[in-house]
Design a protein around this ligand. Structure first.
Ligand code: F6P
Length: 324
């Protein structure tokens, strides 16, 4: 099928670099004679018919901007077949023949169902700071989120050292370990607490005491967020009540989701946006643009609809060894 008109939306949490992917999709499509309709606020906006025609200028001056110009949302309705049917009817009524989705595994799940139930062509571009989608080693936004967190932890280290304090720094990522592990190694953290591991308070205490005994002036413990943000406070209370240890808490939160994308995020997102259009023109769908072994390519969407924790626990060991 030769496509003449496609829809484009972002879904789930925003991620720096989404705008680079939007720009690449729009400019590649237009260069191939394909019209693009931007769909605002994700699947929820699609169901409300929030459409904006895109031209070359609509994506001008956005490559450096964080967030997403199309805005995004989490849409629980889209998990229901009747809402997906309505969405396909709405798109067809607009003359939209295929949909490109920039988002995470949940967004791809919805897209996969749209294909399975209605054979409506869909292509995914992975965008989430969590880097937790199966079938790809990289998701757009991860590098920027890591850089932002590193900068924040470096600042915290300055004040931690001045006051000889211990800090629990909580990073985003929900059940994914990816941000915590990379930030932990890159900031010389004394400990990294992963989302699926039971917290060993005794070990945290012993590690800090060992450091203090050799004259260490500060300690940073990176806490992966886990299912609910704020678990650092529980850890802080146990350390205080059971070990009389005074640890400060810093929760980095949404600061990690904003900001200008790094070179890696811009470069990979630009390639993925471009490849998404070429995949569609080659009638390859449903697929996701992926990054594996240093290269951008395609993977069947069915391989990219679950969460994957690229859980390189050796990095946890590395952080501990190097901060001994
Ligand atoms: O999935 C991206 C993410 O930033 C997670 O790291 C975090 O737990 C979650 O989104 C926060 O979601 P919201 O912005 O909807 O609170």
């Amino acid at each position: 099928m030769a496509f003449t008109h496609i829809g484009l939306l972002c879904s789930g949490g925003d991620a720096p670099g989404m705008n680079c992917a939007i720009r690449a999709v729009v400019r590649t499509a237009i260069s191939q004679g394909i019209k693009v309709t931007g769909i605002r606020r994700g699947y929820a906006g699609l169901l409300r018919g929030e459409f904006s025609p895109m031209n070359l200028s609509s994506v001008g001056n956005i490559i450096q901007r964080g967030g997403t110009i199309l805005q995004t949302s989490r849409s629980p309705e889209f998990m229901k077949p009747n809402f997906r049917k309505t969405a396909v009817e709405i798109m067809k009524a607009q003359g939209i023949e295929a949909l490109i989705i920039i988002g995470g595994d949940g967004s791809f799940n919805g897209a996969m169902s749209v294909w399975n139930e209605h054979q409506f062509p869909v292509i995914g571009i992975p965008g989430t700071i969590d880097n937790d989608i199966s079938g790809t080693e990289y998701t757009i936004g991860f590098d920027t989120a890591v850089e932002t967190a590193i900068e924040a932890v470096d600042r915290i280290r300055d004040t931690a050292h001045s006051h000889a304090r211990t800090f629990l720094v909580e990073v985003m990522g929900r059940n994914s370990s990816a941000i915590a592990l990379k930030v932990g190694v890159c900031t010389g953290a004394e400990n990294i607490l992963l989302p699926h591991e039971k917290v060993n308070h005794q070990k945290i205490f012993d590690d800090i005491q060992r450091g203090v005994a050799r004259g260490k002036e500060s300690s940073i413990i990176i806490v992966a967020e886990g299912p609910v943000a704020g678990r650092s406070y529980e850890i802080q209370h146990v350390l205080r009540d059971m070990y009389h240890m005074d640890a400060h808490v810093a929760i980095l939160g949404h600061i990690q989701r904003g900001g200008s994308p790094t070179a890696d995020d811009r470069f990979i997102a630009s390639q993925m946006g471009n490849l998404a259009i070429h995949a569609l023109m080659d009638n390859k769908f449903p697929v996701v643009t992926v990054f594996n072994a240093g290269k951008v390519g395609l993977n069947d969407m069915k391989n990219c609809i679950t969460k994957s924790d690229h859980n390189f626990t050796e990095y946890q060991k590395l952080a501990e060894t190097l901060s001994i």
